[in-house]
Design a protein around this ligand. Sequence first.
Ligand code: BTN
Length: 255
Amino acid sequence: MLESNEYPQLVICDEVDSTQDELRRLLAQGQASNNQAALAVMARTQTAGRGRLGRSWVSLPGSLYLSIALALPEYSVEVASLSLIVGLAVYEVLEDLTGSQQVIKLKWPNDLVCPKGKLAGILVELNQTEQKPQHVIIGLGVNTQRPQSGASERAAYLSDLSDITLGLEQLAELVIKSIMDYAHALQAAEYSFAGFRDEYNARLSLSGQEVGVRNRLGQILAEGVVAGVDESGLLLIQSGDGSLAKVSSGEVTLR
Ligand code: BTN
């Protein structure tokens, strides 16, 4: 069980390949206790940061690169709901920090976006090893201070939305606390997403808009109007012929 006062120990590195891999290595060395809230790694830069759908995550100094390991409960964890819940947890922190009510949105499954572009991305991976307990590794990149050069055109930064005086370590601690609070709530709900659905849908971007959903090869999985997520967190796409597709993964783009 997750104890409500349990927070992972935060390890801070200057440069790593990927905080996901550094955390995996630390877990393999047995650096985590048996607590469910095990360990977190933050790095100032990454040389091989990765994103969802096989993409890379450019990791210049000045932004937050953080991975958190949570031990899996005895019964099978709903990793899909966990990954949506993490989006809600990060949303809460960023909205509080920037005071940007209704400006930040969640782009399914768990990107945080604002009109200028993508503010944060989340990658949830299973660390499948022989060791017990097994862990799920939650990685997140939050675009924090806009760099002088090298910013992607599609990226937005917290510093675009407000004057951020908070250090990256403090930001990491706020995010970890929020994620742990949501993880406790998810555990209390026996890993059902249903009770979070309304909160999620209220923050969802592209609702009511015509989109296409593609897999990592760029193939279309569904096309139509975004109709929110269902009680399991699947994305609902209403097509022109009235049928309702339920999508479990992919990239949503405006048509
Ligand atoms: C995405 O939107 O595609 C997810 C991006 C996740 C990036 C973070 S940065 C910290 C952690 N380490 C990684 O290599 N990736 C995640």
